[in-house]
Design a protein around this ligand. Structure first.
Ligand SMILES: [Zn+2]
Length: 274
């Protein structure tokens, strides 16, 4: 599922490759993923130029003329592609004036392409409920410490909670905690100052590294041209594979209902830093 780095990568690609293009026609084959009638959706978008791109948490924004904005929730499997030909399973297709099309597929379980007035975006419930952005300067170490040390929740669940910090999902939460050598089941409250710093550092650095690498190299993410990213996880999705640090098998458990991967030795529950 695309997380903050993947959405940043897509945002950059929209800016570089799609901004300035005009939408000629729109095809909607799955009305469930849009927020109005297909006729209204298509007639509102037809003739509009794409003017920019943005991000809120793990959602991609595509700005259009006349103050319009598409807000895209990918959820677990959603895809966006730019191609001369419409791919299989396309649910929404924006046909552009250079004969390419920008199309969306695999949108399910709450995913969608919603059209709004740009000024509405920051008052939508799905946006107002977002916590501080993981890349925001507002999230400095003092702020992070205050937030973490008050909470009885498990650190993994805290990192994934979009109303707490927005942008981090299941993959990067596992990777950040592996880098920090912190067990995902530890509560926020139980972490000492050095341990909080051990989480904070990779939280900031890894997301930037992943953006530079072009996003996740997994099958769940693709660039606009369909190519993969270059960020390779060290624990996430790697059950029973040897830990790159100690060689012990990576374990899988569940935290906050999500599959969670960790090294039982490097991220020992009782290990204390310092
Ligand atoms: Zn290990």
């Amino acid at each position: 599922m695309p997380e903050l780095p993947e959405i940043e990568v897509l945002k950059g690609e929209i800016k570089a490759r799609v901004v300035g293009r005009q939408i000629v026609t729109v095809d909607v084959s799955d009305p469930n993923v849009i927020n109005m009638s297909p006729e209204m959706f298509a007639s509102t978008l037809a003739g509009k130029k794409i003017t920019g791109a943005g991000r809120r948490g793990k959602m991609l924004l595509i700005y259009l003329e006349e103050g319009l904005c598409l807000i895209i929730h990918f959820m677990l499997f959603g895809r966006i592609r730019l191609s001369p030909e419409v791919g299989e399973g396309a649910q929404v297709v924006l046909n552009l004036d250079d004969r390419r099309c920008l199309f969306f597929s695999q949108l399910a379980l709450g995913a969608g392409v919603h059209l709004h007035q740009g000024e509405e975006i920051d008052s939508l419930p799905q946006v107002t409920k977002l916590g501080v952005d993981a890349l925001s300067r507002e999230l400095d170490f003092e702020q992070f410490t205050r937030m973490i040390s008050r909470s009885k929740a498990k650190i993994k669940a805290l990192l994934m909670d979009q109303s707490f910090i927005s942008g981090i999902g299941n993959t990067y939460a596992d990777e950040i905690l592996f880098e920090a050598k912190i067990n995902p089941e530890r509560s926020g409250k139980s972490l000492g100052s050095e341990e909080i710093l051990a989480v904070y550092r990779p939280l900031k650095n890894m997301l930037v590294e992943a953006i530079t690498a072009g996003g996740a190299g997994s099958d769940d993410f693709a660039h606009l041209d369909g190519s993969k990213g270059g960020f390779i996880p060290k624990v996430h999705g790697l059950e029973d594979k040897p830990c790159l640090v100690c060689g012990l098998g990576i374990r899988k458990t569940k935290v906050g209902g999500r599959g969670t991967y960790y090294c039982p030795q490097c991220q020992n529950y009782f290990r204390r830093s310092g």
